[in-house]
Design a protein around this ligand. Structure first.
Ligand code: MN
Length: 237
């Protein structure tokens, strides 16, 4: 897979969203090379787990309907979704109702990954092997692309499968074990109702932007910190 220009990789991401209405990050591609991954639990129309691996300055993304498993007998449907900006990996908060993907988003796991073999070849062939080093998920996985369905397949369906290794376990379902944010400890309900719910935990992709100071300040705000004296609130209507 050749390196594509910025506009191409994030064009779909941009087209699907109105950035005046959603707190999600803009379609900016990172110049830095890194190997982060993030899994975001997302209670949209249907709850799913968005699995995102940093590659080529963006987050390659799949929506895993039932979430990742540590049980090698489980083959989890992973629908390929549009590349997301790197900055998205730090997003935990609420996408407003009526907007694309409306609902709360939780940072469920994060860490680094490494390819097993050539990642571009793996992605192109539909046999993509990698190792995760997350806080909740570790070890070797493979994403296998399924043949297109009879409708011609608007969606690209893949299967996310755990390989047998020291981290694998029959019946081991981390999404049942952990239901809070790995970043802030909040539940989905707390994210949904929380004041100032958007938490920007990562700004590595946006150094030198005008909003850096603001975002850094937000990132330092711990959810359980004592509230600072606030300026007078506007009267509620
Ligand atoms: Mn999603």
């Amino acid at each position: 897979m050749a390196r594509t220009r910025d506009a191409d990789l994030l064009a779909t991401y941009k087209a699907k969203r109105d950035f005046a209405k959603t707190p999600e990050p803009g379609p900016k591609r990172a110049r830095k090379k890194g190997n982060s991954f993030v899994i975001q639990k997302h209670a949209a129309r249907r709850t799913h787990f968005d699995f995102r691996l940093e590659h080529d300055g963006v987050l390659k993304s799949w929506a895993v309907t039932r979430g990742p498993s540590l049980d090698p007998s489980q083959k989890r449907l992973a629908v390929r979704t549009e590349d997301h900006p790197l900055e998205y990996g730090g997003f935990e908060g609420v996408i407003p109702k009526g907007e694309y993907g409306g609902g709360p988003v939780m940072i469920w796991d994060e860490g680094t990954w490494e390819p097993i073999g050539d990642p571009d070849e793996g992605l192109a062939k539909g046999d993509f092997k990698f190792r995760l080093n997350g806080k909740r998920l570790k070890g070797d996985y493979v994403l296998v692309r399924m043949k297109k369905d009879r409708t011609g397949g608007k969606r690209e369906n893949w299967l996310l499968i755990k390989k047998r290794d020291a981290y694998a376990g029959d019946g081991n379902e981390p999404t049942e074990k952990y239901d809070t944010s790995v970043k802030t400890g909040r539940t989905m309900a707390e994210i949904e109702t929380g004041e100032d719910s958007a938490v920007w935990s990562s700004n590595k992709a946006q150094k030198k932007t005008p909003t850096r100071a603001k975002r850094a300040a937000t990132a330092k705000t711990k959810p359980k910190a004592k509230p600072k004296p606030k300026p007078k609130r506007r009267a509620k209507s």
